[in-house]
Design a protein around this ligand. Structure first.
Ligand SMILES: [Fe+2]
Length: 306
């Protein structure tokens, strides 16, 4: 996911294309090895040396889970771009990191205000969802959605992206679709609205943490999805590349209609075959969904980068 400042779209897409990449020459870059001058002991009579320092001796030197995630994302998405899927090895590398991440790795506890049913103003139809922004660069973005019970992230897409979603705690329902690219002609022509397309159901399931990360791809894996919080829950999202309005990667929201809505009577046979596999019409929304209620908040967990 990735939404507007009040939603994934704004928060993750606004100006993100202008964000500079991390400075590879940073003193703390893992790619820069600190060179130490070696002093040769010419006498060699006293070989006694002090024991080597362990990295773990200093808390500041410990590599946190979120730092490991950030470093891995840099590697996984280094050659990324719109429509580019990382190699299987890289996907597995990032999946392994995410599968083992826990709420405490990003400074979250279910008792935080974001997760209360009565959090925020009651001006919307669904309770407010809080987005915590961790990182954003040209290659990828990392963020967390904090959902109180009944919180909804409406059906939306991820154009040209590979997205990793890790449920950190709680129970969440996910419904996702992919476009049907080879729809029967008779069904396709039944819809004269250019903003409505046939989609195939990919997932309609409820997840409870701890569970593994789920992944969607530019053309499959459930590129369009909706999250509904059954209990308070938190989802860590990694998007590669991020939303970027100037580059045409907008976050688009959709309305969902049963297959019968746009099909004619003559399509009975074909429609019957398609229905069995779970299909729906997805219609692009012109405006922001009424039930979309996402607000940004400051991430206060462990440092993501130096
Ligand atoms: Fe999403």
């Amino acid at each position: 996911m990735g939404f507007e400042m009040k939603t994934e779209k704004d928060v993750l897409s606004k100006d993100q294309c202008k964000v500079k990449s991390p400075n590879p020459n940073s003193v703390n870059s893992p790619h820069i090895k600190k060179k130490k001058k070696k002093k040769k002991n010419k006498s060699k009579k006293t070989k006694k040396t002090s024991p080597p320092r362990k990295r773990s001796d200093s808390p500041a030197d410990e590599i946190t889970a979120v730092r490991r995630l950030f470093d891995t994302c840099k590697e996984v998405f280094s050659d990324g771009g719109p429509g580019v899927i990382p190699s299987l090895d890289k996907i597995q590398q990032l999946r392994d990191i995410l599968d083992n991440m826990k709420p405490e790795d990003v400074g979250l506890t279910p008792t935080m205000p974001y997760f209360r049913p009565d959090y925020g103003p009651e001006s919307k139809s669904s309770p407010p969802i809080t987005y915590l922004h961790l990182h954003q660069c040209e290659q990828f973005s990392i963020g967390i959605f904090c959902l109180p019970p009944s919180g909804v992230i409406p059906l939306h897409n991820h154009p040209g992206m590979t997205v990793f979603s890790k449920l950190l705690f709680g129970t969440m329902h996910i419904k996702s679709y992919d476009w049907v690219v080879d729809a029967p002609m008779s069904i396709s022509i039944a819809v004269r609205d250019s903003k409505t397309r046939l989609a195939k159901l990919k997932m309609d399931s409820t997840l409870t943490a701890p569970c593994n990360a789920s992944i969607l791809y530019p053309e499959d894996g459930g590129n369009m999805h909706r999250f509904t919080a059954r209990t308070a829950c938190a989802v860590l999202d990694v998007l590669g590349p991020p939303y970027c309005n100037p580059e045409g990667r907008h976050c688009t929201y959709f309305l969902e209609f049963p297959l019968d809505n746009f099909s004619s009577e003559e399509d009975n046979v074909l429609r019957g075959e398609v229905e069995k596999e779970g299909h729906a019409w997805l219609q692009e929304r012109d405006d922001k969904p009424d039930d979309l209620n996402v607000v940004g908040a400051l991430y206060t967990g462990p440092k993501v980068e130096d």
